[in-house]
Design a protein around this ligand. Structure first.
Ligand code: SIN
Length: 479
């Protein structure tokens, strides 16, 4: 991996401003299967040291004015933008997504830092009229405390900034545990945070296997908040581990997004939206369309047009010019995708796309499956890959029943040109994020998060910073 600034590539953990260099574990490039570097496998003692460092650093950090914290965040943001090409190359090499998409993620990630640097100025409390004369009541906002941040491999940059930036803006300090598949994007953010002047101990990064680090973080009474993005299974496990110390929690968990196309939709726009929603990051996103529901009148035209677009995708290493679908993260991902496709074909679905010769390695064939039905595996489980199963439906009620018929409720999309239907369906969909005539629902300015088994809390938007604040009612008597 060649970078303009090789010092952004750190094979170490960051605890209290010290870089701990130990080659305990390999990190693999999913495009080649070769080791691209090593990392320490942090111990429980190191995790406790990081928590202690964050607790000490918080005294100084929370005492800064919101403008001082905002300025440091903006300096961090500017460095991310300046080094976007190098950060994108690190991200592609460890995660696999095409370089252009990786650069998009870096700028998306930086946009959270900017947004929350701006939001730092709006951490307002309020004054409440007292029922008793001579008394005033103030509702004051205070930082939650030391936060544990556990992030996934599919967005190794943006899932960190979306959690860390509001926390830092609020005056909290952080212990970050990035995925063991993708530690280097996190560590590069640590290098840039140091350069931006964020004091030591404010942002600590622990690499290694998740079990020991996760258990130590969740068991610690010093850690007052956990923010996690990942599967519903692991989210529920972490929530259980946090219960004895009653931490505040944000959980951004699994989805099974419906993508509904009504007869009155603009066909080209719906196909474009399906491509954006389904094939971003090779289908490895929590918000990606997992069940494409198409009304009978537009069904055949939609499937044909989607298949043309999918056939035009180029599969290969993310660093190769022109590639639009990179490798999947690991062999388990490939096996799950293959199982979902085989299951659908065995139960009567048909391929609408041509079968292609894939490069050797962890690659999946992007595919559109027509004739999909609700007894197929994808209907109850996220595929997390480039598979677009299309279910035909007749009525709006039927579409809504299918769309809401899962325990998940992260994202839902629908396409229609009927504005009365737009409101009706938008309100009826059980999801934290609803896209009407758009396949993109992720922006720093908007709240992001799910309902039902898709999680708790919101990231981004005005809501994002609230997750890192407590409200103190300050009763001021004797006036
Ligand atoms: C995710 O897949 O967890 C996040 C996707 C996004 O931020 O759009």
């Amino acid at each position: 991996m060649k970078l303009q600034d090789m010092s952004l590539f750190r094979q170490a953990a960051l605890i209290d401003g010290a870089w701990i260099e130990r080659a305990d574990m390999d990190v693999t490039d999913p495009a080649t299967g070769d080791a691209m570097g090593t990392m320490p496998d942090c111990t429980a003692a190191e995790t406790k040291a990081a928590i202690a460092a964050a607790a000490t650093a918080m005294e100084e950090w929370r005492a800064l004015t919101h403008l001082q914290r905002a300025d440091l965040l903006m300096a961090w943001h500017d460095l991310m933008v300046t080094h976007a090409d190098d950060l994108a190359r690190i991200l592609t090499t460890e995660q696999g997504k095409p370089l252009a998409e990786a650069k998009g993620e870096i700028l998306y990630g930086a946009s959270f830092v900017r947004w929350f640097a701006e939001e730092a100025r709006r951490i307002n409390g309020h004054i409440i009229p007292s029922p008793i004369a001579g008394k005033k009541i103030f509702a004051m906002k205070e930082p939650v405390g030391v936060c544990a941040i556990i992030t996934p491999w599919n967005f190794p940059n943006a899932m960190i900034t979306r959690k860390v930036a509001p926390g830092l803006a609020a005056g909290c300090t952080m212990v970050i545990k990035p995925s063991d598949f993708t530690p280097y994007s996190a560590l590069a953010l640590g290098v840039l945070a140091e350069r931006a002047g964020i004091p030591k101990g404010v942002l600590n990064i622990l690499t290694g296997r998740p079990e020991v680090i996760g258990e130590t973080l969740t068991a610690s009474p010093v850690v007052r908040k956990l923010s996690f993005t990942g599967s519903t299974r692991v989210g529920a496990l972490l929530a259980g581990q946090c219960a004895p110390t009653l931490k505040k929690m944000s959980l951004e968990l699994g989805g099974n997004a419906p993508f509904i196309v009504f007869d009155d939709a603009d066909l080209d726009a719906a196909v474009e939206g399906a491509m954006a929603s389904k094939f971003r990051n090779g289908g490895q996103t929590c918000v990606c369309a997992n069940r494409i529901l198409v009304q009978s009148g537009i069904h055949d035209a939609f499937v044909a047009a989607l298949a043309v677009k999918v056939d035009a995708l180029t599969v290969g290493p993310g660093t190769q010019e022109g590639v639009t679908i990179g490798p999947m993260i690991n062999a388990a991902a490939i096996a799950k995708i293959a199982a979902h496709v085989d299951d659908a074909l065995a139960k009567g679905a048909a391929r609408a796309t041509a079968e292609r010769d894939l490069p050797a390695g962890q690659y999946a064939d992007p595919v559109v499956l027509s004739g999909a039905t609700l007894d197929m595996q994808f209907a109850s489980e996220e595929t997390f890959g480039p598979v677009a199963p299309v279910i035909k439906f007749e009525t709006e009620d039927e579409a809504l029943l299918i769309a809401n018929g899962t325990p998940f409720g992260l994202a839902a999309y629908f396409y229609t040109s009927d504005m009365t239907r737009a409101f009706r369906v938008g309100e009826a969909l059980e999801a934290g994020l609803v896209g009407l005539n758009t396949g993109v629902v992720s922006h720093a300015e908007a709240p992001f998060g799910g309902v039902k088994s898709s999680g708790l809390g919101r990231e981004g938007g005005q809501e994002g910073i609230e997750e890192y604040l407590e409200t103190k009612a300050f009763h001021f008597g004797g006036l």
